[in-house]
Design a binder for this molecule. Structure first.
Ligand code: PEP
Length: 257
């Protein structure tokens, strides 16, 4: 069954309470675009306020700790996120993998913790410019994803409807260099094949694979028409309701009414 395009804003370390007005505007606009599923992942401090006010959009986090609790100063568990109103968490973003040294094994532990806490996850993967130049991107992405997903097959089967994959080539993030449509098609089709291998035809065929990397209103329509692209993970262009909902509008027509 084809699922609605999923447009997710990753606010990164941007946003104080002054940004709540943007979240409200995104929520209002999303109510006129019911053919698209819209969500935002603000900084931790804004999860609860946005959850309290939002009528339609989902709110999520950008990371969580792999443990249920304990002496981990400055960290936050998946259960705490759920308690604050988060419905999902982005895991394995390249800014965490590169900037915080997160290995595939650590990302796997986090995916397991988040799924056990009842959250949905958006699991990120993507190669850097050097790997791409060597022609090894597809192989790299497959290995990275396989090693970051939960290890247990039973856990996988149980969780497939709560797992979304985001393909985000590192060289395209925040650079204005969007991947070509051919690049996107090649990686998404390889990821789809991996998901079918791991989850079977039905579940693996149904899971959404988002593209991320300099998506904006001007390029969202053509990117979302590429086979196996089920939505977009958006950084910079998600920070204002105008540009973020411009992306959603490029993908889904407004409802009649
Ligand atoms: C991201 O960091 O997830 C991202 C896709 O950023 P941008 O849209 O700014 O490239």
């Amino acid at each position: 069954m084809a699922r609605r395009p999923y447009i997710v804003g990753n606010w990164k370390m941007h946003g104080t309470r002054a940004m709540l007005s943007e979240a409200r505007a995104i929520d209002r606009a999303a109510q006129r675009l019911l053919k698209v599923e819209v969500a935002i992942a603000p900084p931790y401090t804004l999860i609860h306020p946005i959850h309290r006010e939002a009528e339609l959009i989902a709110v999520g986090a950008q990371d969580c700790h792999e443990a249920e609790g304990g002496a981990f100063t400055g960290d936050i568990s998946a259960a705490m996120l759920a308690d604050a109103g988060a419905q999902f968490v982005i895991l394995g973003h390249s800014e965490r993998r590169e900037g915080h040294g997160e290995s595939n094994a650590l990302v796997r532990a986090k995916t397991e913790a988040a799924l056990n806490a009842g959250l949905k996850i958006i699991l990120c993967c993507g190669e850097n410019a050097a790997t791409r130049a060597e022609g090894k991107a597809v192989d790299f992405v497959r290995r990275q994803l396989k090693a970051s997903l939960p290890a247990s097959a039973a856990e996988l089967a149980d969780a497939s409807d709560r797992i979304t994959i985001a393909y985000e080539p590192i060289w395209a993030i925040g650079t204005g260099n969007t991947a070509t449509l051919e690049d996107i098609a090649e990686k998404h089709s390889a990821i789809r094949a991996l998901l079918v291998d791991l989850f079977g035809d039905e579940q693996g065929g149904d899971m959404r694979i988002l593209y991320g990397g300099s998506v904006k209103p001007e390029n969202a329509g053509e990117i979302l028409r590429v086979a196996d692209v089920g939505g977009a993970l958006v950084g910079g262009a998600s920070l204002t309701a105008d540009s973020f909902m411009g992306i959603a509008l490029a993908v889904g027509e407004p409802n009649e009414s």
